[in-house]
Design a protein around this ligand. Sequence first.
Ligand code: MRU
Length: 349
Amino acid sequence: MVETMRWEDGKLILLDQTLLPQKKEFITCENYIRVRAAIKKLEVRGAPAIGAAAAFGMVLAAKEASNRPAFIETLARMRDDLISARPTAVNLAWAANKLFALAEQRNKEEVAPYKIVGELEQMAKQIYEDDIAINHRMGEFGAEVVPENAVILTHCNAGALATCGWGTALGVVREAHKQGKVAMVYSDETRPLLQGARLTAFELCEDNIPVTCITDNMAAWTMKTKGINFVVVGADRIAANGDTANKIGTYGVALAAKAHGIPFYIAAPVSTFDFSITDGSQIPIEERKGEEVKQFRSEVTAPAKALTFNPSFDVTPNELITGIITEHGILRAPYTESIEKLKKLTVNS
Ligand code: MRU
């Protein structure tokens, strides 16, 4: 399986996802500014992957801050800078804040900054390892609801590339494939940056899982004509009522699935839940440059004078979601109750 990132000799090595599938090149991040730039440019992307990258980014930041007079204040500024790279995926803030809380606590206890850096490094490595284990657990829970002879549709990339390994939605697909249940996976192209065509299809081909590429506007017709019987996607932020932000186009897929009576599942770890917001209207939606819409790669495809609207994510209302697959099991409606139970179970762990 493809490797998204690794921590080597105190540096973060990232697979440059903007070049896939044509080229497999790695980027070496020696400081947090380079990690921030990689997150911003989508060289690393996908909610859990940017969370883990941010954790390693915090280790690099702490190393830099440990040579400055105001260690914790400097680290706080660097954390805010990292978090500002992308607004929607809550895993980024989750990971950066988790490392910052440890640094702040140990600093209050008057532990030397260089020792704190070592402890942060351990925590970041743990986040990385845990993410892979969590994805396997989600995969096992999710595979239980995948039907035999599954014809699955997915959107964007919620695979090994979007995580530290195995994947969330693609973790479910991988586990179901191991169990012999998967007849075909339809991968939406995912305009404008083609995460579905470039990344999901790439991962599935590498693992010999049957995949068919479609453009986004083919999803509803494919559901009607190709026997899709299961939809699974990832998430960037889930509100306390189950409303879920994911890659732009997910909402349309959920509406089409509902119209065709096809189960629509989200697969996401607890770190993607934002228990502090009551519904999806409070999720900040990243808007990106208009060029992504008016160009196909560098090829101009629309008049220069035309305006653009380029939200990177949309919010699927909870009533369209059949279940949310987590590492603690599958949550069902009413989500306000099942998510409250999840919060109680996990908030201090
Ligand atoms: O803009 P991206 O490529 O970072 O968007 C990624 C997605 O929307 C994924 O579906 C989501 O982060 C879940 S990844 C396990």
